[in-house]
Design a protein around this ligand. Structure first.
Ligand SMILES: [Zn+2]
Length: 435
């Protein structure tokens, strides 16, 4: 593997901000400093005008393989991730078969060896994600699984969830919850409120999310366990998590880019591209989620990249599956919507946005030794280089994902990834995937 020199950028990492070149040899960073010379044969990546930072880590990616390869594969999804600046993603277990046993974990690990980013596997909490009995958490943890979730559904049975907490604690793994009270959400297709009444689409109240957040905070207190809340979308959820953290409970949370940028009003045209679970909420919810992220109550931005084939998303709104793709646009959505004063929410510092995309999710995913750390000599060479100022218009059809269901298609956003280095290998150069 050729050595790499990333020249002319501004390094932003957990240590702060400085102008520096970054030299890579093999799989590690070997030098960070001014005017480093390129060794003979080195690949020189131009970072003029760019930010150079640890690669991003997505806590919430649906790669669809095994079972739904028409929507995405580990190869296509990991290519989209690399183009989005990610060097690691956590693959959700709602595949077919679901990732609920050691054998499926092994199968995904095997396919992921050729991926364009590190693929961490999330295991299911319950067998078949059916919510009835616990999956073999210890067996999967033995293969390196650090996050467990039935994502797509929340674990409805409180007693079973308590047992999951009790098993997870000694294993040192984290439970992650898709917070949704199924009975309260049943039959709903968008946020319940003024817009759902006006459009005649059955709604899902914010309380369906908040009730499970409250229950799991209570169970975390009862068991001393650790919980990560997936894709929080309401002001009430953010308030409950803020209070739990103030009490010192081991609670972390993420928000998806679309919940930081879009409201339920997008559904007005009945376009299923705006159907997602949890649904797009009110402007007040969007403000609260943004504020929660800016204040650190919400730790991470996670994509909930959820590819669906075109035919599925061309169904009528109430029949289309929920989900949006997001790996290639997450950075730009974050920069566009979070770094400017908007709607009374103060702008976030660039370093805090990068922290929410990189080092904070790396900690939650349990991959902080390889991703998200400071870029110093000896650090693993997992690096993202992006231009924070370039404006571009999203063309979903031009992306690497097999699916095109981007709610940002046709919109102009600011900020784009130029290069991504994975374990020392430039997998994206000048915005082009190298394999
Ligand atoms: Zn989910």
């Amino acid at each position: 593997m050729a050595d790499v020199l990333i020249r002319g950028g501004t390094v932003i990492d957990p240590r702060g901000v400085r102008r520096a070149d970054v030299a890579v040899s093999g799989k590690v960073v070997v030098g960070v400093g001014d005017d480093l010379a390129a060794p003979p044969g080195a690949v020189v990546l131009d970072a003029t005008g760019c930010v150079v930072c640890p690669g991003f880590v997505d806590l919430h990616t649906h790669l669809r393989e095994p079972g739904r390869e028409e929507a995405e594969t580990i190869e296509s999804g990991s290519r989209a991730a690399a183009l989005g600046g990610y060097t690691a993603v956590v693959a959700m277990p709602n595949t077919d078969p679901p990732i609920d046993s050691a054998s499926v974990v092994r199968e995904v690990h095997e396919i992921a060896r050729r991926a364009l980013c590190d693929v961490e596997v999330a295991g299911a909490i319950t067998v078949g994600r059916a919510g009835e009995r616990l999956a073999p958490l210890a067996e999967m943890a033995g293969l390196g699984v650090r996050l467990f979730t039935d994502d797509g559904a929340g674990v409805q049975d409180g007693r079973l969830m308590r047992r999951a907490f009790e098993y997870a604690g000694p294993l040192g793994v984290t439970l992650a919850q898709h917070c949704e009270d199924a009975a309260l959400a049943a039959g709903g297709h968008m946020n319940e409120g003024e817009w759902s009444s006006r459009l005649g689409i059955p709604g899902i109240p914010g309380e369906a999310e908040e009730l499970m957040v409250m229950r799991d905070v209570a169970l975390a207190r009862l068991t001393g366990g650790r919980i990560h809340f997936l894709h929080l979308s309401t002001a009430g959820s953010v308030a409950v998590v803020g209070a739990a953290r103030a009490q010192g409970l081991k609670v972390t949370a993420e928000a998806a880019p679309h919940h930081l940028a879009l409201t339920e009003a997008e559904v007005a045209g009945y376009d299923p591209v705006f159907k997602v679970n949890p649904p797009l909420r009110t402007a007040a919810d969007v403000r609260a989620v943004r504020r929660g992220l800016a204040e650190g109550v919400i730790d991470a931005i996670a994509t909930d990249h959820a590819p669906h084939p075109q035919e599925a998303k061309e169904a009528p709104f109430d029949q289309a599956p929920p989900g949006m793709i997001g790996l290639e646009t997450a950075l730009a959505v974050a920069l566009t919507y979070l770094t400017e004063e908007e709607d009374g929410v103060a702008p976030m510092a660039l370093a805090d946005v990068i922290g929410a995309l990189s080092w904070r999710p790396a900690e939650i995913a349990g991959v902080a030794e390889r991703h998200g750390g400071p870029l110093g000599a000896g650090a693993p060479a997992n690096v993202c280089v992006f231009d924070p100022r370039v404006r571009w218009t999203v063309d979903a059809a031009a992306g690497a994902s097999r699916s095109r269901n981007s709610p940002f298609a046709g919109r102009t956003l600011t900020g784009r990834v130029r290069h991504t280095v994975l374990n020392g290998e430039p997998v994206v150069v000048d915005g082009e995937a190298q394999r």
